[in-house]
Design a protein around this ligand. Structure first.
Ligand code: AMP
Ligand code: MG
Length: 301
């Protein structure tokens, strides 16, 4: 399983960002699967059930924690990927948070504050649907957001993005040293595919609610966003907190890559159920005796 899974992760895993070029990653890529949606579906199913088994051990062991960050342009399929890949995983073992426009309380703090409050407990899988990376993406593309923020003027220099990348990397290294496994997913779609998906939102009854003129306006900044993503990945892809640049023009392939990357990360941990030690053995034995006695009592009645 692990070898087969790895081939869907390796080509897209960026552990050293220094030479990263977004252009080298094709949003249309679908590996060696040639348009075979069915093969992908059964592989995804296999990946999801493997993930469920790993998650149970993660939870039982209660030592490692997992943080999965999802970033993407609108309509890239973040919500769908989260829904499909984590379907079947015990909801008690997951903590999902979506980060939208910051509230005034959020803005009254440092940019990572709202995310730090939502970090997963040990033994859990935390999912960030958007994250502190937005403060190097949407905020970079719209400098007026930064202007309007409460950051002291003297700190608003041209170095701010580099400083944020440094701070994010330092924080992620800290998390990793504390026992958290981090994977950051950039769901990479093309501008053409995004337009196709927006169009289908106009026409399909179940999708109309998703349409927003605001999304269409953000699209006008496509190139700025791509430059911001490239720079963010360049500066923050590390062995302890790699980016996975997920080819996402085909939803079925994107979901497979995401599932594979999570399974791959968890398998590296060599998770085990907590061992049954002497104390636990005697607890189990006592429990067995108590239940046997109760059984006899109720039989006698
Ligand atoms: P959605 O995920 O489609 O519901 O949209 C959430 C919106 O919140 C997106 O347009 C993000 O760009 C925006 N957003 C998220 N974080 C920030 C932030 N730190 N500053 C400004 N806008 C943000
Ligand atoms: Mg949206």
């Amino acid at each position: 399983m692990s070898k087969r899974i790895r081939k869907f992760v390796e080509p897209y895993l960026v552990t050293n960002g220094s030479k990263f070029r977004l252009k080298a990653f094709d949003p249309d890529d679908h590996g060696s699967l040639k348009a075979s949606k069915d093969a992908a579906a059964s592989l995804l199913e296999e990946g999801v059930s493997r993930l469920c088994a790993l998650q149970e051990k993660l939870y039982a062991q209660d030592q490692w924690g997992v943080l999965l960050i999802f970033q993407a342009m609108d309509a890239a399929g973040k919500d769908g990927a989260i829904k499909h890949v984590l379907s079947g995983v015990n909801p008690q073992g997951c903590q999902i948070t979506s980060f939208k426009q910051p509230s005034s309380e959020d803005l009254d703090h440092d940019f990572m504050w709202r995310c730090l409050r939502k970090l997963p407990e040990r033994g859990r899988i935390g999912i960030f649907n958007r994250s502190y990376y937005e403060d190097t993406l949407v905020v970079r593309v719209h400098p007026e957001l930064l202007e309007r923020s409460q950051i002291p003027r003297p700190l608003l220099t041209r170095r701010i993005w580099k400083e944020r990348f440094e701070d994010i990397s330092a924080f992620e290294r800290y998390l990793s040293r504390s026992g958290y496994v981090i994977r950051k997913f950039f769901l990479n779609i093309s501008a053409e595919e995004q337009l196709r998906r927006f169009r289908s939102r106009l026409d399909e009854p179940d999708k109309k609610w998703k349409f927003s003129l605001g999304d269409l306006r953000e699209r006008e900044h496509w190139n700025d966003y791509m430059a911001a993503y490239q720079d963010a990945i360049r500066h923050t892809a590390t062995p302890e907190a790699p980016w996975v640049v997920v080819p996402s023009n085909r939803k079925w392939f994107a979901r497979l890559v995401v599932a594979a990357a999570i399974v791959d990360a968890l398998e590296e941990l060599d998770l085990q159920f907590p061992p049954v030690n002497a104390a636990k053995r005697s607890e189990l034995e006592k429990g067995r005796l108590m239940m046997e006695r109760e059984g006899k009592r109720t039989k006698g009645k």
